[in-house]
Design a protein around this ligand. Structure first.
Ligand code: NAP
Ligand code: MG
Length: 480
């Protein structure tokens, strides 16, 4: 350790109790899976096995959907003000147990405790508080004078923000009077299973929320179940497409929040120090496992040298390693499979002639790690510019005019996010009007608020989560 280096400031894991094995949470209790099968869940930073998780099969999915169907009539007919009380209770309990959730999420996901503590868990809490406020005001939300819930909703979420994705899905569904069967991602089930404990504490009626763990086949059984009124899916574009195909011709509703390849655009009149922070936050936050990451940097040509020098200087200060250390900026890659995918795309970039620059910090020996990196000498045709890497890897291109920046930014099959850095409001408005992205940030990046709808265009999916608009995904318009 250098004289001026940080001393380790490791968060204790004592606050968390992880059971050696978890069943499925159906009808208000944990039960054995009919499949009798379990799989290991690990800490990706150490590869230690944390627990064994039930692998739900079709019969288990059927049990969960039946429990949610039984719970639906009573839950849907509760006055909104009564449903709101449950949501407020859940929000307050989550807030009280925030540290426990932050530590557990970091252990199972690999993301830094600084992020789970300051971002994932507070945003999750905020979603429950926000939607509690809507539960008794749905008739004023713009969905008819007497909007009705859909029924049982199947919700399938990815591993990159396990708790936050759970909150984005469950809070609006419950506020609108639906009941839920949620499937967390195979690699990150633990926070959803701890959430079942919060539901018990809040006294939520049995069957209103059911949590079933498993892999892709469990998700697929949920999609196929005839009694599910709606599927809300967040995940990869490929799985999203297959879900859409299998729901075609059915009456089931669907929202898809899929991948992205967001452009982060720096003009020569940008506040450069802030923009450098914005670039780092845009792509290296959460190890780049962010659907709306600013993974394609577009820099105005006359400032690219300065931006690269400053970016290297800033990146050299990033601290990579133990996610439970409060000083850590970059944690572990979530799984060996994801690490392999990142490496494969990075190799493709190198073999297609792009030049890579990597942070040189030493990486831990055990666990899954990838040093923050960027590529220069790339064109729109490179695979690393077209495909979502979903890791801490940035591509850097230049442009000369706002029009060229728009063309490059929109030259992607996705349309989830974009960032603009400029001190000229007129330029920001021009860009924001022409960028094809569901979310456009100006002089900031990766900012979220429950009141602000989030979602994509094109291969990034359809439907919005959050805000008044997000309620529409869980309501039928009915005029009384
Ligand atoms: P994924 O493989 O599509 O998985 C997402 C979820 O779907 C997981 O729970 C997964 O289970 C399940 N699943 C897999 N195959 C399925 C099938 N055939 N039918 C039904 N469910 C199935 O995606 P991922 O690798 O976990 O997540 C990364 C992707 O999510 C990225 O592309 C990212 O951009 C996207 N994402 C989008 C947003 C957004 O809001 N737009 C937010 C976060 C992430 P297993 O975990 O067991 O495979
Ligand atoms: Mg998967």
């Amino acid at each position: 350790m250098d004289l001026h280096d940080y001393a380790a400031a490791t968060e204790s894991t004592n606050i968390v109790t992880i059971q050696s094995r978890y069943g499925l949470y159906i009808d208000g209790e944990f039960c054995e899976p009919a499949s009798k099968k379990y799989f290991d869940t690990i800490n990706p930073a150490t590869e230690d096995v944390l627990s064994q998780i039930a692998d739900a099969n079709e019969n288990d999915v059927d049990r969960a959907v039946k429990a949610a169907s039984r719970a639906f009539p009573a839950w849907a007919s509760l006055p909104g003000s009564e449903r709101a009380k449950y949501l407020y209770r859940i929000a307050r309990i989550l807030q009280e147990r925030a540290r426990e959730f932050a530590v557990l999420e970091t252990m199972n996901n690999g993301k830094p405790i600084r992020e789970t503590r300051d971002f994932d868990i507070p945003i999750s809490v905020a979603h429950f508080f926000y939607h509690a406020g809507w539960a008794d005001k749905l008739e004023y939300a713009g969905y008819g004078s007497h909007p009705q819930p859909l029924g049982v909703v199947g919700q399938i979420i990815p591993w990159n923000f396990p708790m936050m994705m759970l909150a984005w899905k469950i809070a609006p569904a419950l506020a609108c009077g639906n009941t839920v069967v949620l499937k967390p991602a195979e690699t990150t089930p633990l926070s959803a299973l701890l959430f079942a404990d919060v539901l018990e504490q809040a006294g939520l009626p049995p069957g209103v929320v059911n949590i079933i763990t498993g892999a892709g086949s469990t998700g697929s059984a949920l999609v196929e179940h005839p009694d599910v009124a709606k599927i809300a899916f967040t995940g990869s574009t490929n799985v999203g497409k297959s879900i859409m195909q299998s729901l075609a011709g059915t009456a089931k509703r669907l929202t898809l929040e899929l991948g992205g390849k967001g452009a982060n655009i720096i003009f020569d009149d940008a506040p450069i120090d802030q923009a450098i922070e914005g670039i780092v936050n845009g792509i290296y936050f959460n190890q780049g496992h962010v659907c709306c990451a600013g993974s394609r940097l577009l820099v105005q040509e006359n400032i690219v040298d300065e931006v690269l020098i400053r970016l290297q200087t800033r990146m050299s200060t990033l601290r990579i390693g133990n996610p439970l250390d409060k000083n850590t900026d970059i944690g572990a890659i979530n799984s060996r499979a994801q690490l392999t995918r990142i490496q494969e795309l990075v190799n493709a970039g190198v073999s297609e002639g792009a030049e890579i620059w990597k942070c040189t910090s030493e990486l831990p020996i055990k666990g899954f790690w990838f040093a923050p990196s960027y590529f220069t000498n790339v064109t729109d045709a490179h695979r690393i510019v077209r495909e979502e890497i979903f890791g801490p890897v940035l591509t850097i291109q230049t442009f000369r005019t706002p029009k060229e920046a728009v063309e490059k930014a929109n030259n992607t099959p996705y349309g989830l996010s974009a960032g603009i850095w400029s001190e000229k409001t007129s330029k920001i408005h021009f860009m924001a009007t022409h960028l094809k992205a569901g979310v456009v940030w100006a002089n900031t990046f990766n900012k979220f608020d429950p009141a602000s709808p989030f979602g994509g265009y094109r291969e990034s999916g359809f439907g919005r989560e959050g805000g008044r608009t997000g309620l529409g995904a869980y309501l039928k318009e009915v005029a009384s």
